[in-house]
Design a protein. Structure first.
Length: 145
Protein backbone atom coordinates (compact mmCIF):
# COMPACT_ATOMS: atom_id res chain seq x y z
CA UNK A 1 0.00 0.00 0.00
CA UNK A 2 2.80 2.44 0.89
CA UNK A 3 4.65 1.64 -2.33
CA UNK A 4 1.46 2.32 -4.24
CA UNK A 5 1.19 5.87 -2.72
CA UNK A 6 4.78 6.76 -3.59
CA UNK A 7 4.36 5.78 -7.22
CA UNK A 8 1.14 7.77 -7.80
CA UNK A 9 1.58 10.74 -10.15
CA UNK A 10 1.08 14.28 -8.83
CA UNK A 11 2.54 17.74 -8.61
CA UNK A 12 4.95 18.96 -5.98
CA UNK A 13 4.48 22.19 -4.07
CA UNK A 14 7.31 23.85 -6.02
CA UNK A 15 5.74 22.95 -9.35
CA UNK A 16 2.41 24.43 -8.24
CA UNK A 17 4.08 27.63 -7.00
CA UNK A 18 5.97 27.96 -10.28
CA UNK A 19 2.75 27.67 -12.28
CA UNK A 20 1.02 30.25 -10.03
CA UNK A 21 3.98 32.62 -10.40
CA UNK A 22 3.90 32.37 -14.20
CA UNK A 23 0.12 32.97 -14.28
CA UNK A 24 0.54 35.98 -11.99
CA UNK A 25 3.20 37.50 -14.26
CA UNK A 26 1.08 37.00 -17.38
CA UNK A 27 -1.94 38.54 -15.63
CA UNK A 28 0.00 41.62 -14.53
CA UNK A 29 1.37 42.22 -18.04
CA UNK A 30 -2.11 41.91 -19.56
CA UNK A 31 -3.53 44.28 -16.93
CA UNK A 32 -0.89 46.92 -17.65
CA UNK A 33 -1.45 46.72 -21.40
CA UNK A 34 -5.22 46.94 -21.09
CA UNK A 35 -4.97 49.90 -18.68
CA UNK A 36 -2.72 51.85 -21.08
CA UNK A 37 -5.03 51.04 -23.98
CA UNK A 38 -8.09 52.21 -22.03
CA UNK A 39 -6.32 55.42 -21.01
CA UNK A 40 -5.32 56.10 -24.64
CA UNK A 41 -8.90 55.45 -25.81
CA UNK A 42 -10.26 57.92 -23.24
CA UNK A 43 -7.78 60.58 -24.42
CA UNK A 44 -8.66 60.01 -28.09
CA UNK A 45 -12.37 60.13 -27.26
CA UNK A 46 -11.91 63.51 -25.55
CA UNK A 47 -10.09 65.04 -28.52
CA UNK A 48 -12.66 63.70 -30.99
CA UNK A 49 -15.41 65.18 -28.82
CA UNK A 50 -13.53 68.50 -28.70
CA UNK A 51 -13.43 68.67 -32.51
CA UNK A 52 -17.14 67.84 -32.70
CA UNK A 53 -17.90 70.50 -30.08
CA UNK A 54 -15.93 73.12 -32.02
CA UNK A 55 -17.77 72.26 -35.24
CA UNK A 56 -21.09 72.41 -33.39
CA UNK A 57 -20.19 75.77 -31.84
CA UNK A 58 -19.27 77.10 -35.28
CA UNK A 59 -22.67 75.97 -36.57
CA UNK A 60 -24.33 77.60 -33.56
CA UNK A 61 -22.59 80.91 -34.32
CA UNK A 62 -23.86 80.80 -37.90
CA UNK A 63 -27.38 79.80 -36.86
CA UNK A 64 -27.76 82.47 -34.15
CA UNK A 65 -25.79 85.07 -36.15
CA UNK A 66 -23.80 85.88 -33.00
CA UNK A 67 -20.08 85.92 -32.43
CA UNK A 68 -19.27 82.95 -30.19
CA UNK A 69 -16.14 82.43 -28.12
CA UNK A 70 -14.45 79.27 -26.85
CA UNK A 71 -12.09 79.99 -23.97
CA UNK A 72 -9.52 77.39 -22.86
CA UNK A 73 -8.17 77.23 -19.33
CA UNK A 74 -5.92 74.73 -17.58
CA UNK A 75 -8.52 72.04 -16.90
CA UNK A 76 -11.68 73.07 -18.80
CA UNK A 77 -13.11 75.11 -21.66
CA UNK A 78 -16.09 77.45 -21.78
CA UNK A 79 -18.33 78.59 -24.64
CA UNK A 80 -20.05 81.97 -24.47
CA UNK A 81 -21.41 85.01 -26.29
CA UNK A 82 -20.64 87.25 -23.30
CA UNK A 83 -17.76 86.33 -20.91
CA UNK A 84 -20.05 86.54 -17.88
CA UNK A 85 -22.60 84.10 -19.31
CA UNK A 86 -21.07 80.78 -20.51
CA UNK A 87 -23.60 78.32 -21.90
CA UNK A 88 -21.22 75.33 -22.09
CA UNK A 89 -18.44 74.38 -19.71
CA UNK A 90 -16.59 71.09 -20.18
CA UNK A 91 -13.90 69.73 -17.88
CA UNK A 92 -10.90 67.89 -19.30
CA UNK A 93 -10.46 64.24 -18.30
CA UNK A 94 -7.87 63.39 -15.66
CA UNK A 95 -4.34 63.61 -17.01
CA UNK A 96 -5.12 66.16 -19.74
CA UNK A 97 -4.15 69.79 -19.15
CA UNK A 98 -4.05 72.85 -21.36
CA UNK A 99 -0.74 74.66 -21.80
CA UNK A 100 -1.47 78.20 -20.65
CA UNK A 101 1.40 79.46 -22.81
CA UNK A 102 -0.29 78.39 -26.07
CA UNK A 103 -0.42 81.21 -28.58
CA UNK A 104 -4.21 80.81 -28.84
CA UNK A 105 -6.37 80.73 -25.72
CA UNK A 106 -9.67 81.93 -27.15
CA UNK A 107 -11.21 80.79 -30.43
CA UNK A 108 -13.61 83.36 -31.88
CA UNK A 109 -16.27 82.21 -34.35
CA UNK A 110 -17.90 85.11 -36.19
CA UNK A 111 -21.57 85.19 -37.10
CA UNK A 112 -20.72 83.75 -40.54
CA UNK A 113 -18.59 80.93 -39.08
CA UNK A 114 -15.13 82.33 -39.76
CA UNK A 115 -12.33 82.13 -37.19
CA UNK A 116 -10.69 85.46 -36.42
CA UNK A 117 -7.30 84.27 -35.14
CA UNK A 118 -5.24 81.28 -36.12
CA UNK A 119 -2.74 79.44 -33.97
CA UNK A 120 -2.36 76.30 -31.94
CA UNK A 121 -3.71 74.97 -28.70
CA UNK A 122 -1.26 72.75 -26.81
CA UNK A 123 -2.46 70.00 -24.51
CA UNK A 124 -0.43 67.73 -22.24
CA UNK A 125 -1.63 64.13 -22.06
CA UNK A 126 -0.22 61.03 -20.33
CA UNK A 127 1.00 59.96 -23.80
CA UNK A 128 2.79 63.19 -24.70
CA UNK A 129 1.88 66.56 -26.16
CA UNK A 130 -1.02 67.04 -28.55
CA UNK A 131 -1.57 70.23 -30.55
CA UNK A 132 -4.77 71.46 -32.16
CA UNK A 133 -3.91 73.61 -35.17
CA UNK A 134 -6.53 76.26 -35.96
CA UNK A 135 -6.42 77.78 -39.43
CA UNK A 136 -7.92 81.15 -40.26
CA UNK A 137 -11.14 81.63 -42.22
CA UNK A 138 -13.52 78.69 -42.63
CA UNK A 139 -12.61 76.90 -39.42
CA UNK A 140 -10.30 74.18 -40.58
CA UNK A 141 -8.69 72.36 -37.64
CA UNK A 142 -6.46 69.35 -37.17
CA UNK A 143 -4.61 67.56 -34.40
CA UNK A 144 -0.86 67.04 -34.45
CA UNK A 145 0.85 64.67 -32.02
Amino acid sequence: MISKLKSSAGFTLIEMLLVLFILGMISSVIFQLSFKYTEKQETDLFFNQLLLDLQSIQSHAIETKKTTYVSFEENHYRVYHQPTDPFIKRDFPDGITFNKYSNLKIITFTSVGDILRFGKLIFYTPHGTKELMIYIEKGRMKFVE
